[in-house]
Design a protein around this ligand. Structure first.
Ligand SMILES: [Fe+2]
Ligand SMILES: [Fe+2]
Length: 327
């Protein structure tokens, strides 16, 4: 029996072979895979991991900014920040829904996060120390997210690509509001300008690391690009981001904390210095300044929300029963 089963798995069934053929054709035509289509297990696994990690990042990413809602300097700033944090919750929800269409229930994905088995973007393990950090996060972190995510609107998995379209529109507002916070500070008092510069200094390196390790250390990227999940490599996107923010930082009247940053006429791009990859790895391993705090807070919020989930489940069951009775 066991042998037969192993054999069944080793030799693709006719149905599987046809599925693979159809899948390859869709990818080759640069068209879209939809939830009911046959897909290779590796494609499903890679996407489930990527989309759920993306969802976790949106949810954990609410924390550093939510921390400043009560201390926003004006009612206008407060309402903008509340709206932004709420957008991030929405991004998490679209992405969990997209991830679920690949077959893993949301509860399982959520457990993976709470049990520390799933990753989220390491940028959110850095603290937001001053009000200017709201500016630097919006401008640099949401800015890097846009560079990463605009090409994902054309990713080969339909539900992920469609979720990204709306997310990107909202992210561009986020980046704009961050830039505007920094602009006001950098054109304010000397102390405010210093606060803005300090925030940019702290977030620049970690924001560049959001694109992931250098291409040479990113072994899975090749397969993701072959499947049209990813459209550009980590280093290509990082370069695009640097090229985008240099004129923006000049318009802000601030500087980027990199002495090696300079225009390269030959390449037609800005050269920039090596990033601290040891720090990056250490933060991913859980040793960043806020890893423990972020997880504690997430677990606490999940437990505090238990009654909401229970009430929603009871309500759904009641509605289903009513429907059944009518039928
Ligand atoms: Fe977001
Ligand atoms: Fe955002």
């Amino acid at each position: 029996m066991a042998n037969n089963e192993a054999q069944l798995h080793a030799v693709p069934s006719e149905e599987e072979a046809a599925g693979q053929q159809r899948f390859d054709k869709i990818i080759q035509e640069d068209s879209r895979i939809e939830p009911r289509d046959w897909m290779p297990e590796g494609y499903r696994k890679t996407l489930t991991r990527q989309v759920s990690q993306h969802a976790h990042s949106e949810i954990i990413g609410m924390q550093p900014e939510a921390n400043w809602i009560t201390r926003a300097p004006s009612l206008k700033r407060k309402s903008i920040l509340i709206a932004k944090v709420q957008d991030e919750a929405g991004h998490g929800l679209y992405l969990y829904s997209a991830a679920e269409t690949l077959g893993t229930p949301r509860d399982t994905l959520n457990d993976q996060l709470l049990e520390g088995k799933a990753k989220y973007s390491s940028i959110f393990n850095y603290p937001a120390r001053t009000w200017a950090d709201m500016g630097a996060i919006g401008w640099l972190v949401d800015g890097a997210a846009i560079c990463n995510q605009v090409p994902l609107c054309r990713t080969s998995y339909g539900p992920y690509g469609r979720a990204m379209v709306r997310i990107c529109k909202e992210e561009s507002f986020h980046q704009r509001q961050g830039w505007e916070i920094l602009y006001e500070l950098s054109h304010g008092t000397e102390e405010q300008k210093q606060m803005a510069q300090d925030a940019v200094n702290r977030f620049y390196g970690p924001a560049l690391q959001m694109f992931g390790p250098p291409d040479a250390d990113s072994p899975n990227s090749k397969q993701s690009m072959a499947w049209n999940i990813k459209r550009f490599s980590n280093d290509e996107l990082r370069q695009r981001f640097v090229d985008m923010i240099v004129p923006q930082v000049e318009a802000l009247g601030l500087t980027l904390p990199d002495p090696d940053l300079k225009w390269n006429e030959e390449r037609g791009h800005y050269d920039f210095g090596e990033l601290d990859w040891d720090e990056f790895k250490s933060v991913i391993r859980g040793n960043g300044p806020c890893n423990a705090q972020r997880m504690e807070r997430r677990i606490e919020a999940h437990e505090e929300g238990a009654w909401v989930r229970e009430a929603a489940a009871v309500y759904a069951a009641k509605q289903a029963q009513k429907k059944a009775e009518v039928a």
